[in-house]
Design a protein. Structure first.
Lengths: 782, 386
């Protein structure tokens, strides 16, 4: 009865309330409008007050001011103004006064008419009001009569009204009782028909009442019946729930009904999740089957699609249903779901990772990125539903890991490409020269290598750039915006590659086969030039390209271009120095063999330049040509007028004489000491293996220095006969004739060759030098 | 006390330098000259540490120009030289053992003016060569012995001599030779002070070889120890398996003879061939090298020395404390570095050596005959001692 009474008036009361709403709001709105008006005028007043800041309102000399004092004004005028101006102001003032007078007259005329018409109107109003007052009195008496009648009618009807209300209550109660008595049969019918929802609704409605009146035997019986039926109902529902096959939405319905029947929620949770697990595991199994031991698995995009629609979709449904059904479970329930999702999710991830691992070797990034994008996108929904399970974080992590691996893969690829280029160059260098055809020149090879590496770098950049494309769902993750660009691509891939390139190149300098010269010298030269080119242009170009493409942010410290350039330059320098050493060694060995194997004591009078010297000059020329292909000429010191005409005599320079003069007399040490100190002032120390500059002259100077110093040291270890010495003289003159043109400072060649001849003279017991003219003749003969 | 003095003494063209090994009190070096035109000499250079002056005595060595010299470790008066004898159109390198006059053994302190007027002659004890073997590259004494055993390297032969009857007779005890193709020639050799003096190491071309003197068989072989010719080698006096070598590739390499595939350490400080490498006799982190770039370089190879953590105070403490201390020591790592580069020479430096009497003093000799005596920088000396 109470329920019916409560239900009755409530719908009626609502329309009555509604007109009150706008009326209640209206004054408030009006007030607000007033307020705004006030605000407006206040502001304008404020502004108006603020404006006359220029002339002081308190100034008594201001004609228009409120505090105008004529005496003061006059005083001021008289004091300050000259006569002319006074006159002017007087006429002006008179004119103004006249204007004001006429204005006032006009105003008075105009307003007089208005006064007269206003007086008429007021008189007419007085008459009308008197009539209205009479009618109002009559209305008041009529209203009093109506009120009286109304009171009398309600007093008579009071009694009947009460009776009708009571009867209506009894009727409702009876209907309810009837419903209760019919309940068991209805329930049974519903269960039989399968209208579980209806049954549960009935049960729900009756439950409370039965509970309340269970002390009455009749109600008790009904309740018992109901309970039995309900139990059966619950059992059937459970049966249906367990059978599962009917899909997630229907299951969800079952659970909903069971919950309404007051089944323990926790148990249902478990069961619900267990069922969901069964279905999801099946999805996982089918995914695993796709992975399969046999490779013809579907491509990675298809795989992630399957995973996304099958597993992730299922997981979403489960999660959504669960949260809807078991919202009442609170944090414990949510935790259970999260654990469930975590566990299955991790298995899914393991599968995905296995699949992605199969993809690592592949060269195509676009497919992979698209697959990752799908994968990541799919997981956003359950990620949002189940923040606690950390699914989307885990997915992001997987994507990041894959991205990192891809970077590593590309770095490897670049390295391999570089090594491949080197192998090509080696082959090109080793290829037998076809007569008449020079094959690809060094410069051409260099250009090939440079362009091939650059194109590889660009291809790699383009490939990894896919990871940061705007339309890819994970590209806005902090990793892909920051670390991936700066640490991954710029540092890891590009800087890493350039560094490894330098290292690879440097490793040619430390190769154990120093003697064998496993690395062809031309390759050293080429690499050196390559590194130098990198230093001057390519590195900054590549890095600028990278920075532009990846908008590297500054939060991570990155290797500056200058450091990298310095490394490349150092590599180039080392390679070139090594080239000089290797080539110097080749010539040195020739010279050494030629000095060591000859019997200098019993040699015949020289008639020719020895063949080995010609060979040295030939080789040097060849090297000159080779270096010239890749390096610029370089700077020479100004040449003396007639360098090739210089001929060696044994004691050509006074320096040598002083230096090796025997000093057995006791006073000698002092003298030679002094002498050598004086020499020190004039001769600079020659660094034989000194670092070279990046030009042809410097390279050749280095090689020639090494060769001549070797010649010197070897000569000092031998003993020469007269003709042996003369042969050395001839050889040195020949070298002088041809080598000076290659070096930066020809004085250096003079110095070293001088020293060779002087040393040979010293190592000769019978030093009789050859006539310079004869030496020249022999050398010119060839 | 004098600063890390540079003392320069000039004589004729020379290559051979040795400390007077048996002398442990006075600082004395022997230098052999190399001249084809004049009589060759051995200069006995006495360095007076207190007054910072040099005294010299000259001995005539008329047999020929001296290529190598070494002093007996037992007898101050005995020395061996390798010298060239030129006859007509042939050059023969021979070796002989000599005795200097008694009064010069411990260095006479006559004024240089007097000594020059009466240059004395060496007394020949015995020849270390016979008709079968010539072209002696070098002669090495048994380092710790009684001066009775000596090894000479001739072409591709290694000859062990027994000196008998007060060194007046040399008997060839045993010999070995390098087999193989080509003209193999020993360039240098050293006698190891370890293993009871039973090991000798030699260099030929780019290879280092170790020999057992008892059986005259090869113990180890370091092929391609250097990129080019190996010029010299020396044993670490305190670490028995450590060996330093130098050569024409401008490098100085340090080897552990138990593992010869890789050098323990490589130095590349010189800009031309390195002709000489010498460990300091007491502080083996000090390594001296001389090169034909006219420089002498003193390096501090702490990391591979016998005192890698500096000088340990004493060993009386209990072991765990000691462990703790060694940890502490290792916290301040000592870096290998070049201590000093000496540029007093104007020509190629062919010989450097430490004094046998003063571990902080060394001499270097360049081709133009300039002998320079230097001290280890004092700061470093105190750093090592304290």
């Amino acid at each position: 009865m109470a329920a019916a009474a409560a239900a009755g008036p409530s719908p009626g009361s609502r329309p009555g309330d509604s007109p009150e709403g706008p009326e209640g709001e209206a004054p408030e709105r009006r007030r607000k409008a007033h307020g705004m008006l006030k605000l407006y005028y206040g502001l304008s007043e404020g502004e108006a007050a603020g404006r006359p800041a220029g002339p002081d309102p308190l100034d008594p000399t201001d004609l228009n001011g409120a505090h105008f004092d004529p005496e003061v004004y006059l005083d001021k005028l008289r004091r300050e103004c000259p006569l002319a101006q006074l006159m002017d102001s007087e006429t002006d003032m008179v004119r103004q006064i006249r204007a004001l007078d006429s204005d006032m007259q006009t105003l008075v005329y105009e307003n007089y008419n208005k006064f007269i018409s206003a007086t008429d109107t007021i008189r007419k109003m007085k008459n009308d009001f008197r009539k209205m007052e009479d009618e109002m009195d009559r209305l008041a008496t009529n209203m009093a009569v109506i009120t009286d009648f109304s009171a009398r009618i309600s007093a008579t009807l009071q009694d009947r009204h009460e009776r009708i209300t009571k009867l209506a209550g009894v009727h409702a109660l009876l209907r309810k009782l009837q419903f209760l008595f019919e309940l068991p049969s209805r329930l049974t019918k519903c269960v039989e028909l399968g209208a579980y929802g209806q049954a549960v609704r009935y049960q729900g409605r009756a439950q409370a009442v039965l509970q309340q009146y269970q002390h009455l035997p009749s109600f008790r019986a009904i309740q018992d019946d109901c309970q039995v039926i309900t139990a059966r109902l619950a059992q059937q529902l459970r049966q249906r729930f367990r059978e599962g096959g009917s899909g997630a939405p229907e299951q969800a319905e079952c659970v909903e009904l069971l919950l309404a029947l007051g089944e323990p929620a926790e148990e249902l949770c478990e069961e619900f999740l267990a069922h969901a697990r069964g279905r999801l595991e099946e999805e996982l199994r089918s995914l695993e089957a796709e992975l399969g031991p046999s490779p013809p698995a579907p491509d990675v995009l298809e795989f992630t699609d399957h995973g996304g629609s099958g597993f992730v979709g299922g997981l979403c449904q489960v999660a959504a249903a669960y949260q809807e059904l078991f919202a009442a479970q609170g944090p414990a329930g949510a935790e259970r779901l999260a654990a469930f999702a975590r566990e299955l999710g991790s298995r899914y991830f393991a599968l995905v990772e296995r699949r992605l691992a199969q993809e690592q070797g592949g060269g195509d990034n676009s497919l992979l990125v698209r697959a990752l994008d799908r994968f990541h996108r799919r997981l956003r929904a359950p990620g949002a539903l189940l923040a606690a399970a950390g699914l989307s974080e885990a997915a992001t992590e997987i994507v990041e890991r894959v991205a990192r691996e891809r970077l590593g893969h590309h770095l490897q690829g670049l390295r391999a490409a570089f090594l491949g280029c080197l192998t090509d160059v080696r082959q090109a260098l080793a290829a037998p020269r076809v007569a008449g055809k020079e094959g690809p020149g060094l410069a051409e090879l260099l250009a090939n290598v440079a362009s091939s590496i650059l194109s590889h770098i660009k291809a790699s950049l383009a490939a990894v750039h896919l990871f940061t494309a705007k339309e890819v769902s994970f590209s806005n993750k902090p990793y892909f915006r920051g670390e991936f660009c700066s640490q991954g691509v710029r540092e890891g891939l590009i800087v890493g590659f350039i560094r490894s390139m330098c290292q690879t190149a440097q490793s040619f300098c430390d190769s154990p086969g120093e003697k064998g010269g496993a690395t062809p010298p031309a390759l050293l030269l080429l690499l050196s030039r390559l590194c130098l080119d990198y230093e001057t242009a390519t590195i900054s170009y590549i890095l600028t390209l990278t920075d532009e493409q990846f908008l590297v942010q500054d939060q991570f410290p990155v290797t500056p271009v200058s450091t990298l350039c310095a490394e490349a330059r150092e590599t180039a320098r080392r390679l070139l120095t090594h080239y000089v050493k290797v080539q110097g060694l080749v010539i040195s060995q020739m010279l050494r063999k030629s000095v060591e194997t000859r019997d200098w004591l019993s040699t015949l009078e020289p008639r020719n330049v020895r063949a080995v010297m010609k060979r040295v000059v030939e080789d040097t020329t060849a090297i000159d040509v080779q270096v010239g292909l890749l390096y610029e000429e370089g700077v020479r010191k100004a040449q003396s007028s007639d360098s090739s005409k210089r001929t060696f005599s044994v004691y050509s320079s006074s320096r040598q004489q002083g230096r090796y003069a025997p000093s057995y007399t006791p006073s000698a040490p002092m003298d030679t000491n002094l002498l050598s100190n004086i020499q020190k002032l004039f001769s600079e120390r020659i660094d034989v293996f000194s670092p070279v500059e990046f030009n042809k002259v410097s390279v050749l100077t280095g090689i020639i220095k090494i060769s001549l110093k070797t010649l010197l040291e070897c000569v000092r270890l031998r003993t020469f006969g007269r003709f042996g010495l003369q042969q050395v003289q001839v050889d040195c003159h020949f070298l002088q004739l041809y080598l000076w043109r290659f070096v930066a400072d020809e004085e250096l060649v003079h110095l070293l060759l001088d020293e060779v001849v002087a040393s040979a003279a010293l190592r000769c017991p019978d030093p009789v030098p050859m006539e310079p003219s004869v030496v020249e003749v022999i050398c010119e003969r060839g | 006390c004098f600063p890390d003095t540079v003392l320069i003494y000039t004589l004729s063209t020379a290559r051979a330098l040795t400390p007077q090994t048996a002398e442990t009190d006075a600082i004395r070096f022997l230098v052999g000259t190399q001249s084809l035109k004049y009589d060759n000499q051995i200069h006995i250079i006495d360095f007076d540490d207190e007054n910072n002056i040099i005294n010299k005595n000259v001995l005539l060595h008329q047999a020929g120009e001296i290529w190598h010299i070494s002093a007996s470790p037992a007898d101050r008066g005995v020395l061996a030289t390798c010298y060239n004898r030129t006859s007509d159109s042939k050059v023969l390198t021979c070796a002989a053992v000599w005795r200097m006059p008694k009064e010069l053994e411990s260095g006479s302190h006559e004024s240089p003016d007097d000594s020059s007027s009466t240059a004395q002659t060496l007394e020949l004890l015995c020849h270390l060569d016979n008709t079968a073997h010539s072209n002696m590259a070098c002669v090495v004494w048994e380092p710790m012995g009684d001066g009775k055993k000596i090894i000479s390297l001739a072409d591709n032969h290694i000859l062990l001599w027994d000196l008998q009857e007060s060194s007046s007779q040399a008997v060839l005890a045993s010999s070995a030779s390098l087999g193989g193709k080509g003209q193999l020639k020993f360039t240098s050799g050293r006698w190891s002070p370890h293993h009871n003096c039973t090991q000798v190491a030699t260099a030929n071309d780019t290879t280092l070889r170790g020999w057992d003197t008892r059986s005259m068989s090869q113990i180890y072989c370091i092929e391609n120890a250097h990129g080019q010719l190996v010029r010299d080698l020396d044993f670490n006096p305190n670490k028995q398996y450590y060996l330093a070598s130098c050569g024409d590739d401008c490098k100085v390499k340090f080897w552990d003879t138990r593992n010869v595939t890789e050098p323990v350490k490589t130095l590349e400080e010189h800009s031309h061939w390195v002709w000489n490498v010498r460990y300091n006799h007491s502080h083996d982190q000090l390594v001296l090298t001389g090169s034909s770039d006219s420089r002498v370089i003193l390096s501090n190879m702490v990391s591979i020395s016998s005192e890698p953590f500096g000088h340990l105070v004493d060993d009386d403490d209990i072991s765990d404390q000691e462990d703790h201390r060694s940890e502490e020591k290792s916290k301040e790592p000592l870096q290998d570095n070049v201590i000093a580069t000496y540029e007093e020479h104007e020509d190629s430096v062919y010989a450097v050596d430490w004094s046998s009497a003063d571990p902080w003093l060394f001499a270097s000799l360049s081709y133009d005959g300039r002998l320079v005596i230097n001290r280890v920088p004092r700061a470093l000396k105190y750093h090592i001692l304290l």
